[in-house]
Design a protein around this ligand. Structure first.
Ligand SMILES: CC(C)(COP(=O)(O)OP(=O)(O)OC[C@H]1O[C@@H](n2cnc3c(N)ncnc32)[C@H](O)[C@@H]1OP(=O)(O)O)[C@@H](O)C(=O)NCCC(=O)NCCS
Length: 190
């Protein structure tokens, strides 16, 4: 049976690190720039590119995220999402989202996005925001399918020494139609 529950780092750490977080892609988004503009071009690549997404660096005391959920199936962790709410701009940052390769395409990633969006609404956030790589075309297609739109990019975030050629950071946002009015707005309307 599949179960989604809050992560318990003490108990889950080993199985979390065993979760397959890699992706393979035959297409990448190439950033085309002029002095005053950027655009993205969807391009085939040959051979396909495979990347592993690191996680261990962000499981310690100084981790970036505050809340996380795992999906479990038959005692195996098959999915993980982790996020934090940023009070100053009322944005939830989705730091991690992975579904084990052989469980992809079954709605688990979408269920995680719904969960994070629900948690964000309850916390009074106005949007969910994330960073992904311009070579991670499968994730980009997935996020767009979930309603995220591109809201920015950074050509200098990744160190070229450890990145794929031309790899850039892309930022995506999912605005939330909030049913819970933030305190500041409620007070102004009184
Ligand atoms: C991206 C990822 C989390 C998606 O999880 P998933 O469980 O396969 O996604 P779902 O099955 O919930 O898919 C939801 C929707 O997105 C679409 N989608 C998912 N992957 C897609 C892809 N590669 N290309 C096009 N559409 C895709 C599905 O078709 C589905 O559409 P539907 O609502 O019309 O049925 C998963 O592929 C993954 O873990 N990838 C490797 C790690 C990674 O890149 N994480 C993101 C780091 S920023």
């Amino acid at each position: 049976m599949r179960l989604m529950r809050p992560v318990d780092l003490t108990r889950d750490r080993r199985r979390l690190l065993a979760l397959d977080r890699s992706f393979v892609t035959e297409r990448v988004q190439r950033v085309v720039r002029t002095d005053v503009s950027f655009s993205l071009e969807d391009m085939p690549i040959d051979p396909p590119l495979r990347k592993d997404l690191p996680l261990e660096y962000d499981l310690g005391e100084a981790r970036t995220w505050e809340d996380g959920f795992v999906a479990e199936f038959d005692d195996e962790i098959i999915g993980f999402a982790a996020w934090s709410h940023e009070a100053w701009n009322r944005r939830t940052v989705l730091w991690h989202l992975y579904v084990a390769a052989r469980h992809r395409g079954n709605g688990i990633g979408g269920a995680f996005v719904s969960l994070v969006a629900d948690q964000a609404r309850v916390a009074g956030m106005r949007a969910v925001w994330l960073e992904t790589s311009s070579v991670n075309s499968p994730a980009i297609a997935f996020y767009r399918r979930q309603g995220f739109t591109l809201c920015g990019l950074d050509l200098s975030l990744y160190d070229p020494a450890g990145s794929a050629p031309g790899e850039a950071a892309l930022y995506f946002v999912l605005p939330l139609e909030s049913t819970i009015m933030p305190t500041a707005v409620r007070m102004e309307q009184k």
